[in-house]
Design a protein around this ligand. Structure first.
Ligand SMILES: [Zn+2]
Length: 311
């Protein structure tokens, strides 16, 4: 296979690459948002911050597409090489192109790239949304800080996020609890700082990715998506190679310390087509990755290979 030596990056380093890029973007977002202060926050400042956030998300979108195109192809190639070696070792023979169109590999890669990139872009959208929510919250906090100075009643109900709204309400109430004298003794800056440190805690982990109501940091979520997408590519490559070599059986890999989800499948032999009368059909849930960060894989095998091994 013609591969530019310099362009070839091992799959595990590809994961590192995306983790680093997303980790940096998360740090930059925290940097931009934590500079903002409820005491000095204005619509113009918020608008500029939103522009910078959007630029970071646009960069991540471009990165995600490029990353998925290169990494998925490499993972697929890695899976193919591994499966092909194994298939040739067990004496399987390649079907002629009339029986297996090699273009199927390209179509499989294209579908996997589009799904992996799509998952990343979806996560990126939620980054923009989370940062936007934080900016709205800051703008409301800024309005409350101004009211504290005027000693007006604080309308926390206006807060978009009830939990954060309550947190700020507590801070403001404690501050104005002593009446106008207490407020005048408490500088607006102090209340503002209290609200700010409260808000900062909310973004400390850079958990800007929200999927099904759960929050994830850019770094850990991109790593999880990357590992899942690349493991899927390797499994798909193994299945396509088995088809190309007319080989129906695969064996679930065995590890020293299998995780709970995979233990039941360890060493099990499955039939891809489901037509074997000896081995069960490979269920979709036994196709690695079985769970996030699953390290298992499927190895092509055959009746002959299995009986030879058991001898
Ligand atoms: Zn596993």
């Amino acid at each position: 296979m013609a591969t530019k030596a310099l362009g070839l990056i091992p799959v595990k380093n590809r994961v590192k690459l995306i983790e680093t890029a997303y980790g940096r973007a998360g740090d930059r977002l925290v940097g931009i948002l934590s500079e903002l202060n409820p005491a000095t926050f204005t619509a113009a400042i918020g608008g500029r911050a939103r522009g910078r956030v959007n630029a970071i998300v646009r960069d991540l979108d471009a990165f995600a597409g490029k990353w998925a195109r290169a990494a998925v192809r490499e993972a697929y190639a890695e899976g193919s090489t591994f499966a092909r070696t194994r298939l040739e070792n067990i004496g399987a023979e390649k079907k002629p192109p009339a029986k297996f169109n090699p273009g199927r590999h390209e179509r499989a890669i294209a579908a996997l790239v589009s799904r992996t990139a799509g998952d990343l872009l979806k996560a990126n959208r939620t980054i923009a949304t989370s940062a936007g929510k934080y900016l709205s919250l800051l703008s409301l906090a800024a309005a409350e800080v101004r009211k504290v100075e005027a000693f007006e009643e604080v309308e926390v109900e206006a807060f978009a996020d009830a939990t954060l709204g309550k947190g700020i309400k507590r801070i403001v109430k404690r501050s104005i609890g002593g009446g106008p004298d207490a407020v005048s003794s408490l500088a607006r800056g102090t209340i503002s700082r209290m609200i700010k440190s409260y808000l900062l805690k909310k973004i400390a982990g850079a958990d800007f990715i929200t999927i099904k109501d759960r929050h994830y940091s850019l770094k850990s979520y991109s790593e999880m998506l990357a590992r899942t997408g690349l493991r899927e590519a390797q499994t798909k490559a193994t299945k396509e190679l088995c088809d190309q070599y007319d080989n129906d059986l695969v064996q679930f890999s065995q590890h020293d310390e299998p995780c709970g989800d995979c233990e039941q499948y360890e060493g099990e032999v499955f039939s891809i087509s489901g037509k074997s009368d000896k081995y069960p059909e490979l269920p979709p849930e036994a196709e690695p990755p079985v769970h996030p960060n699953c390290e298992h894989n499927l190895n092509p095998t055959s009746e002959n290979a299995l009986s030879w091994r058991s001898r």
